[in-house]
Design a binder for this molecule. Structure first.
Ligand SMILES: [Zn+2]
Length: 269
């Protein structure tokens, strides 16, 4: 893999059996033409799973028409996340975030002069006032709240039918991750928590988040959901868990971890 090609917000993949894959250089050049690729080059620093440099290209929406019959197709980023090899998707997600940043910071937000990629900082440096602009990463906490053998899970109106997930929310300026956990859980569900444990994190390039996972114990309060955020939230018994989010999500791993811990505890009694 030496190139990742986007068409607008979608990534170009090659139909594969049973799942799509990233096309190799030759396939891309044959289907799209070297000139079209050169013209769509976006200057970002990126390397693939093997450490080799990767070039990023962003084509216009109708550019893929020339590739008809080549087996190439433009896949929405979320489908690519579910379908591609996870190591390949890591590079695709990083490419998308860096390309978005370069394409939306071509001019300085301070003085409006053009910016250029700065080799020392890997930021975009203003050619007039020297201001450096760095990529945006928006941290969000995602929390499994536990009460004995029950987990607190909620449904956002955006979720597929029947799916419940762990509660989540964006960190605000000046806030610690811990303060964010306390605020978000209380705002969304009305309950207060304690005993926060760090679980793990996941880059979430939709468009530029970092999900930081925690487990917390219920402390006090009854469920009182925020109708702007959730259509439902409940305590689910470990034996009666609802349909979960996608297995590649950190939410899925949080719920799986809860299930395993509670079962191990029940089994050892
Ligand atoms: Zn400037």
């Amino acid at each position: 893999m030496n190139r990742i090609v986007f068409v607008g917000r979608r990534v170009v993949v090659e139909a594969g059996d049973p799942i799509p894959r990233l096309p190799d250089d030759e396939t891309l050049e044959r289907a799209l033409g070297r000139d079209r690729l050169e013209a769509s080059f976006v200057d970002v620093r990126l390397s693939g799973p093997n450490g080799a440099p990767v070039q990023v290209h962003v084509l216009e929406d109708d550019d893929l028409a020339v590739a008809d019959g080549s087996g190439l197709e433009a896949s929405p980023l979320r489908s690519a996340w579910r379908d591609l090899d996870p190591r390949d998707f890591d590079v695709v997600g990083t490419a998308r975030q860096k390309a978005d940043w370069v394409l939306t910071h071509r001019f300085c937000g301070r003085c409006a002069a053009p910016t250029l990629l700065d080799p020392n900082t890997e930021g975009l440096r203003c050619t007039e006032c020297d201001q450096i602009h760095y990529p945006r990463i928006a941290p969000a906490v995602i929390v499994l709240v536990q009460r004995g053998r029950n987990a607190l899970l909620g449904r956002s109106p955006r979720f597929p039918e029947g799916v419940y997930s762990t509660l989540a929310g964006f960190v605000e300026p000046g806030e610690t991750l811990e303060a964010c956990v306390h605020r978000e859980i209380e705002e969304e569900s009305g309950v207060r928590v304690h005993n926060l444990r760090y679980f793990g994190s996941q880059s979430h390039p939709f468009p530029h988040s970092l999900m930081v996972g925690f487990v917390a114990d219920w402390l006090e309060g009854d469920l009182r959901i925020d109708p702007d955020e959730l259509v439902d939230a409940r305590w689910f018994d470990v034996d009666d868990l609802p349909r979960r989010p996608h297995p590649r999500s950190i939410a899925f791993r949080l719920i799986e971890d809860f299930e395993q811990r509670v079962r191990a505890e029940l089994g050892s009694r």
